[in-house]
Design a protein around this ligand. Structure first.
Ligand code: SER
Length: 585
């Protein structure tokens, strides 16, 4: 039995209900591109909302993390991974969580207790030294010398970030043939973290204060790829049984051995696997130049480039053969993989065909221009004519030890976007102006509505979700009453005033902590990567967001609220449309 089945069976036997994995593209949340952690889809329930499956839950959750996309190629980075988790929503707490973690590790996975070490919370002004956790581990037979308490590393996600948080206890495994040291040293990389039990009891508010949650939760997380490799005695994650069929297929297609070609094969295996999951997702993502679609495009194109490096004939059906191996492996766990096999293969094939015939020429062009650093217009030319995502040009440049003028590239990119927007507006007068553009305008309108509600209802009004189609926008926010006609009118007028003012929309990349300190708004901080983009609209709005947005609010058009209703307890919902015909009025 594999790790996922063992885990689920174990926690079901302890009274947990298995919940299905949420989609990789979050529903009703456009603040992040992908689900990045097992607990992410459970945030509302950890905050106190009643979960239909009860108070004890477990699952394996699909996660996609793309901030390290270009790091993939070493032995442990992945853009897609599965996270195992069990949760108590105000039910059991430390004693059961720790007992079950121990039982699963030592009785089900048969890890000898001597190979385990743990960390626990050392205490600070918010919460005391976690002696309860320490004593529980001691009573189970963990050696005192294999325990370390820390302040910073045992607070999840960390002490600065707002959102759900609490002290945690982390479990480590001695992954080495060297003798197990008597004393546990957290800096020794032969000790690898395998599991994290978070005792989630606080909501760290934006003003810095800690609110104690009404009920105490347990949130645990275990990475399937890492722990599978460890259990199978592999130091390279890609040597585990999760990857063996996929790597074998790449070896067979290329006629080359994994050893000596690790980097290329890992990149192909990882990127195709993630592309399979993104394109099988119910959200129906297709390769494009924005948002999730752009990530999908980068993954497929980077995989193609590495396939070429292995001398694979990229016009053959290599990508199909790899994707089939991946889908065979996952379809029993994820119904969308079973249902969307043809879609996945088509997405991969079409994108491959698009890129295959420009890649060769583009590489030749790159070689011609790469005697010295690459300027903005050349990088843009590689993107526009040969379909090289800027990150691909940067990677090629890095291999040649030259630089790319990213800023210059962005400027050409922006100019080009404005140009094509004007053209498409001309072509589709009064219509949708090309797909994606109308959604972009709605997206910026969402930020303005959020800011307007804060002015009209007070700063306590907080965004609780939003959803955009090309027809309308929907926006959920906290408010304890039905909005009066005056409040609705004031809100609508304020948004339209800001649109008329044609405020500039600017974007800046920042460290997440700095962004939050600078007052940028965000709904759930732990859902964002370490480096975030912050969008400012004049001085009326500043939010952490992935974009895309219009460049000036005047592009949005006339804003009109069509409906205001209750969404759930304490949450109101506004539906609104923008009227293209009144654009620029
Ligand atoms: N939220 C914790 C983590 O991501 C445990 O699931 O590690």
């Amino acid at each position: 039995m594999n790790l996922k089945d063992l885990y689920i069976n174990f926690f079901v036997s302890k009274g947990h209900k298995q919940i299905p994995s949420a989609p990789v593209v979050p529903e009703n949340d456009n603040t992040v591109l992908f689900n990045t952690a097992g607990m992410q889809p459970l945030v509302p329930y950890l905050m106190g909302k009643k979960h239909p499956y009860g108070k004890r839950l477990c699952d394996y959750q699909k996660c996609v993390r793309t901030n390290d996309l270009d790091e993939v190629g070493d032995s442990y980075h992945h853009t897609f991974f599965e996270m195992l988790g069990n949760w108590s929503l105000g039910d059991y707490f430390k004693k059961e969580a720790i007992n079950w973690s121990f039982e699963f590790l030592t009785k089900v996975l048969n890890i000898p207790v001597e190979r385990l070490a743990v960390t626990y919370f050392a205490g600070n002004e918010i919460a005391p030294l976690d002696t309860e956790t320490r004593d529980l581990w001691l009573s189970l037979g963990i050696n005192e010398k294999h325990m370390v308490s820390t302040k910073e590393d045992n607070w999840w996600p960390n002490l600065e970030l707002p959102g759900l948080c609490g002290p945690d206890t982390e479990m480590f495994y001695w992954r080495s043939d060297d003798p197990i040291p008597e004393v546990f040293d957290t800096n020794d990389s032969r000790w690898v973290e395998i599991w994290n039990d978070v005792f989630m009891q606080y909501n760290h508010k934006e003003d810095g204060s800690m609110e104690t949650l009404k009920h105490k939760n347990v949130d645990t997380g275990m990475g399937v790829e890492r722990v599978t490799a460890i259990l199978e005695g592999k130091n390279d994650n890609y040597e585990s049984s999760i990857w063996s069929d996929i790597i074998k297929e790449i070896e067979s297609i290329s006629g080359k051995n994994y050893y000596g070609n690790e980097k290329s094969m890992r990149i192909i295996a990882d990127h195709i696997r993630t592309a399979v999951f993104i394109s099988a997702d119910p959200a129906g993502i297709k390769p494009s130049n924005v948002g999730q679609g752009y990530i999908l495009r980068r993954l497929i194109r980077r995989a193609i480039r590495y396939a070429k490096k292995l001398d694979i004939d990229i016009n053959s059906n290599w990508e199909e053969r790899i994707a089939i191996k991946i889908m065979d492996q996952y379809e029993t766990y994820y119904s969308e993989i079973k249902e969307n096999r043809d879609t996945v293969l088509e997405v991969l094939r079409l994108e491959k065909n698009k890129f295959a015939h420009t890649l060769e020429k583009g590489l030749r062009e790159f070689n011609k221009v790469s005697d010295s650093d690459i300027d903005g217009i050349t990088a843009f030319h590689l993107y526009d004519t040969y379909g090289f995502p800027i990150e691909l040009t940067e990677e090629l440049a890095k291999e040649k030890n030259i630089k790319v003028d990213r800023q210059g590239y962005e400027e050409y990119f922006k100019k080009h976007q404005e140009l094509s927007r004007t053209t498409s507006a001309g072509q589709f007068k009064g219509g949708l102006g090309g797909s994606g553009e109308i959604e972009t305008r709605y997206h910026t309108a969402t930020h303005l509505l959020n800011a307007a509600l804060k002015k009209v209802l007070g700063e306590d009004s907080k965004q609780r979700g939003s959803n955009i189609t090309s027809e309308r926008m929907r926006f959920d926010f906290t408010c304890d009453h039905k909005l009066t006609p005056e409040e609705l009118k004031d809100t609508e007028d304020l948004v339209n005033k800001w649109i008329k003012d044609d405020l500039p929309v600017t974007v800046k990349e920042m460290q997440k902590e700095d962004a939050i300190k600078s007052g940028a708004e965000c709904e759930f901080a732990d859902r964002y990567p370490d480096v975030v983009t912050v969008y400012s609209i004049g001085d009326v709005s500043k939010e952490i967001c992935r974009g895309p947005h219009v460049k000036h609010t005047g592009e949005i058009g006339h804003f009109h609220i069509t409906k205001e209703e209750s969404s759930s307890a304490g949450i109101r919902r506004i539906k609104a449309v923008i009227d293209d015909n009144k654009k620029g009025e």
